[in-house]
Design a protein around this ligand. Structure first.
Ligand SMILES: NC(=O)CC[C@H](N)C(=O)O
Length: 222
């Protein structure tokens, strides 16, 4: 399985994401935002966290206009797997691959702590290794993590079982406590919490590694 990890100016979680994919058994290829194509044979694209382009304009807005973003959109439209974490989630909403928007946290502060998430669906390659309703511990670190979507959009997410994770104790004001959502074909996941930061005992837990291992395992099955 080949994972392409994209780096933008200001990304700071690209290495951690690469290590998480590697430990789950993937071959990792690093991709620069000015590249116009993904590596041959890419199975999954990782869009990492950080502060792409200094969070200028809106978090993720400039990265969404970069040359590689067009290739990622094409890849996703052909059914490719894409995982966007934190700034990566913001970038995926800005590209239109995921619905909604990430607004400033209600408390107007940067929140950096480990939180509890509830797994809302196991019907995706990303979440099939968890139990439905399982509570897991994953770190967050953001100032624009307040997920917003209109009522019709929320109804659609619910009707299609596309809410992947919710916060047990909402840290940022997100609508319906949403921490992560899936695309309609369930192959694009965006989430504000950082599973790559909870993959080894030295991180304080391994709840995040389940996501990477289940994704790589499901992709291997086709
Ligand atoms: N850790 C991150 O990816 C941070 C995302 C974004 N820069 C924010 O603060 O909201």
């Amino acid at each position: 399985m080949k994972a392409a990890i994209i780096t933008f100016p200001g990304s700071n979680c690209d290495r951690d994401l690469a290590v998480a994919f590697e430990k789950a058994g993937a071959q990792v290829v690093r991709v620069w935002h000015k590249d116009t194509e993904l590596p041959q044979g890419t199975d999954v694209v990782g869009v990492p966290g950080g502060f792409s382009f200094g969070d200028y304009l809106r978090c993720g807005a400039i990265a969404a206009q970069s040359p590689i973003a067009r290739a990622v959109r094409d890849f996703a439209h052909k059914g490719g797997y894409v995982l966007g974490i934190c700034n990566g989630f913001q970038i995926l909403t800005e590209t239109g691959l995921l619905p909604g928007a990430l607004l400033r946290n209600v408390g107007l502060t940067y929140v950096c702590k480990t939180v509890e998430l509830r797994v809302e669906t196991t019907d995706s390659a990303f979440t099939s290794g968890y139990g439905r309703g399982q509570v897991i511990r994953i770190p967050i670190a953001h100032h624009d993590g307040n997920y917003n979507i209109d009522e019709d959009g929320l109804k659609l997410l619910r009707d299609q079982d596309r809410i992947a994770f919710t916060y047990v104790d909402n840290p940022n004001g997100s609508v319906a406590d949403i921490a992560g959502v899936l695309s309609e074909n369930r192959r694009v996941l965006g989430m504000m919490p950082h599973p790559e930061r909870m993959c080894e005992p030295v991180h304080g837990g391994t709840d995040g590694s389940v996501l990477f291992r289940s994704l790589i395992g499901m992709m291997a099955l086709g």
